[in-house]
Design a binder for this molecule. Structure first.
Ligand code: ADP
Length: 310
């Protein structure tokens, strides 16, 4: 079956010479709820902006719903709705007018417009006729989603939908996105929140330095989290992490605390602690936990989540 979005060798080098996309190959299945996950600066927005027609690619090809963006730009454009990161509106239009105007831009005839229905869906019907500038940030974000859907595209792309959004609104946006997905819309979102990808999506691609480093089912990605983690506090300061046989990675958290990752199939936490003791590093405190998606992310990108959250 044709993919919802298919990228082949997609490249972008910005005018200043910055290479943001380094040959991206990706097929996003129709009907999926897909996360493009990656640290800040990975190239996610560049990729989205190429699909949205806002940035010109410098190499490779992109297809949306089977339409090549160079050969069939109008059909390609009609096949996606994009919810940008920035909350930019013409402050002197009302939400209703904003949607009508957008529908006009997309050539939706008046009898086929669904502006009120869309406003109800994002719970803005009671604000239909106020100035957009009086809306809260959360309301503006909901209006942007409605705006992206005026032409009823089969693919909806959300660029960092919940960046800087409070928990309550995040839940509400997720509920609405799930509803769209259940109604048959293919949903693609970019995020640097693992939780968002994990909670919402069935497939996850991780982007780093302008490349796809993994593209897989969420469950498969989670099952890669085979390692286990132990955090120990020593009775003295260290300058650098010690070598520990059997450990996959040892990181110094501060001068006395070590974060140790090990494969739980081949070694036990007790053995790790015994080896530390033998090497002259008595342990005064220990906690262990299963590794999670965060660790998989770190292993694949070399960027800890804390840094990735920027
Ligand atoms: P992400 O969305 O994953 O945070 P971006 O696509 O915004 O990543 O950025 C990828 C890289 O391209 C970054 O190094 C960024 O600084 C650079 N970049 C983005 N937009 C521009 C631009 N208009 N001109 C030059 N460099 C840019």
């Amino acid at each position: 079956m044709t993919a919802a979005i298919r990228l082949k060798g997609l490249e972008k080098t910005y005018a200043g010479g910055k290479r943001a996309l380094n040959g991206v190959d990706l097929a996003i299945p129709r009907g999926s709820m897909f996360a493009l996950l990656g640290p800040n600066g990975a190239g996610k927005s560049t990729l989205i902006n190429i699909l949205a027609g806002l940035v010109r690619k410098t190499g490779g090809s992109a297809e949306i719903w089977g339409f090549d963006i160079d050969q069939h730009p109008r059909n390609a454009k009609a096949s996606i709705g994009v919810v940008p990161q920035e909350l930019l509106f013409d402050a002197f239009f009302t939400p209703f007018e904003t949607l009508e105007l957008q529908a006009g831009l997309y050539g939706v005839p008046p009898e086929k417009r669904r502006s009120m229905e869309l406003l109800e869906k994002v719970r803005l019907d009671d604000k239909a006729h106020v100035y957009t500038r009086t809306l809260s940030g959360g309301m503006k974000r909901r209006l942007l989603i409605a705006k992206a859907m005026v032409h009823n595209p089969p693919v909806l792309i959300l660029d960092e939908p919940t960046a800087g959004v409070d928990i309550e609104l995040r839940q509400m946006l997720w509920a609405y996105v799930r509803e769209l997905h259940a109604g048959g819309t293919t949903v693609v979102l970019t995020t640097h929140y693992l939780e968002e990808a994990e909670e919402l999506c069935d497939r996850i691609a991780i982007v780093n330095h302008g490349r796809i480093v993994i593209d897989t089912d969420k469950d498969n990605l989670l099952s890669q989290a085979q390692d286990k983690r132990v955090e120990v506090t020593l009775d003295h300061d260290l300058q650098q992490p010690p070598e520990i046989a059997g450990a996959t990675r040892v990181t110094l958290l501060d001068s006395r605390r070590l974060d140790i990752l090990y494969d739980k199939q081949t070694v036990k936490a007790g053995a790790i602690l015994a080896r530390l003791q033998e090497a002259g590093h008595p342990v005064v405190d220990v906690t262990t936990r299963e590794a999670d998606l965060e660790d998989v992310f770190l292993d694949l990108t070399g960027t800890p989540l804390e840094a990735a959250k920027g």
